[in-house]
Design a protein around this ligand. Structure first.
Ligand code: FAD
Length: 311
């Protein structure tokens, strides 16, 4: 229990140190946009905004619970004095339906953390699949999102289309390793300026060719024509290009991603992203994500781990 409180305190401090805010119960860690002297926009850290979470109404169980023998005292299930986050309540109720654990001997909400610890330590993670959270993720490079989308089970992805959007929304991501080194930072800014300029020049030249009737770019519709120009020009874009997405995961999948990607062996940019996702989730539901521990690594960054991996 002490460990839980200690991690809770440390993750709250880290959330605040990273500029985390909670608006109407939705945690966010925003990332500021910067510009090179030539005006090319770029970001230095991942931005994570929780935009959706469960809204559970167990009062809807009343008709079901009242239909059993009154001696079982099932309707008392709805009178638990302790309110849980909706995401925990949903998973707990789903688990308790399995064994019809509604009577006086059930695990009450006060002991929800221990209930989930029993489930996760035994690898019975399927009840965690009921609660989903959605995030807007930005300030993340195309190389990081390529790693993130390797997680297939229990997630949904809607990512910016480099075929559809124009160079006007092109931004870049500076890796942490470049940020505090004057030479590496200058080289990064130079690369970002060149990539943006080359992309614009290529799009312009493809457009001219298309207007001149180049067969490889011919298109019947205006949107189609723009796509043909942009899908070709995007081949120039580097891994440092920002690739924002809305990313949704159920709690079982989210836990797995945190365990794989906020680990010491994970690549540093995705670890920074997974850490922020964890900090937001822990704020939203300290019970479902309460078994994790934060450990400082020699480079001053943090990893997140749990004894109950892969629930
Ligand atoms: C440090 C690190 C280094 C890596 N290096 C490389 C690399 O060099 N090259 C490379 O290609 N990838 C690499 N990866 C990616 C890794 O191999 C996985 O593809 C990625 O982490 C997704 O995890 P997952 O397979 O658990 O899939 P998820 O989609 O997150 O699935 C979760 C779990 O569901 C089950 N599951 C999901 N899909 C299936 C399925 N089709 N069949 C059966 N069970 C399934 C599995 O138990 C799986 O663990 C690396 C990952 C990490 C964390």
């Amino acid at each position: 229990m002490e460990k839980r409180e200690d991690t809770g305190k440390r993750s709250d401090e880290l959330f605040e140190a990273m500029g985390g805010e909670i608006s109407d119960g939705f945690p966010t860690i925003h990332a500021e946009a910067h510009r090179t002297a030539a005006g090319t926009p770029y970001l230095k850290s991942p931005g994570v905004a929780m935009i959706s979470k469960p809204d559970t109404n167990i009062a809807g169980l009343d008709g079901f619970l009242e239909g059993f023998d009154p001696e079982l005292r099932f309707p008392e299930y709805l009178d638990d004095p302790m309110e849980l986050p909706s995401s925990s309540q949903l998973c707990k109720t789903a688990g308790q339906v399995c064994y019809a654990s509604f009577g006086p001997r059930r695990t009450t909400n006060e002991n929800a953390a221990a209930y989930f610890e029993r489930l996760t330590s035994a690898g019975h993670g399927s009840v965690l699949e009921h609660s989903n959270f959605s995030f807007l993720l930005y300030g993340i490079s195309r190389s990081v999102t390529h790693e993130l989308v390797r997680h297939r089970a229990g997630v949904g992805v809607s990512q910016i289309s480099q075929r559809y959007v124009s160079g006007a929304v092109l931004r870049f991501v500076e890796r942490p390793e470049y940020q505090n080194d004057e030479d590496l930072h200058r080289l990064f800014e130079g690369r970002a300026d060149r990539a943006a300029a080359e992309y614009d020049a290529m799009a312009e030249s493809l457009l001219e060719k298309q207007e001149g009737g180049a067969s490889m770019l011919s298109a019947d519709y205006k949107t189609d024509a723009r796509k043909k120009v942009q899908q070709t020009a995007r081949s120039l874009l580097p891994n440092e290009t920002e690739a924002p997405m809305v990313w949704t995961g159920n709690v079982r999948a989210l836990r797995h991603v945190i365990e794989m990607r906020a680990d010491a062996h994970a690549e540093s940019e995705i670890r920074a992203l997974a850490l922020r996702i964890f900090l937001c989730l822990r704020k939203a539901d300290p019970i479902l994500f309460g078994d994790y521990e934060l450990t400082e690594l020699p480079d001053g960054t943090c990893m997140v781990g749990t004894p109950h991996r892969k629930a």
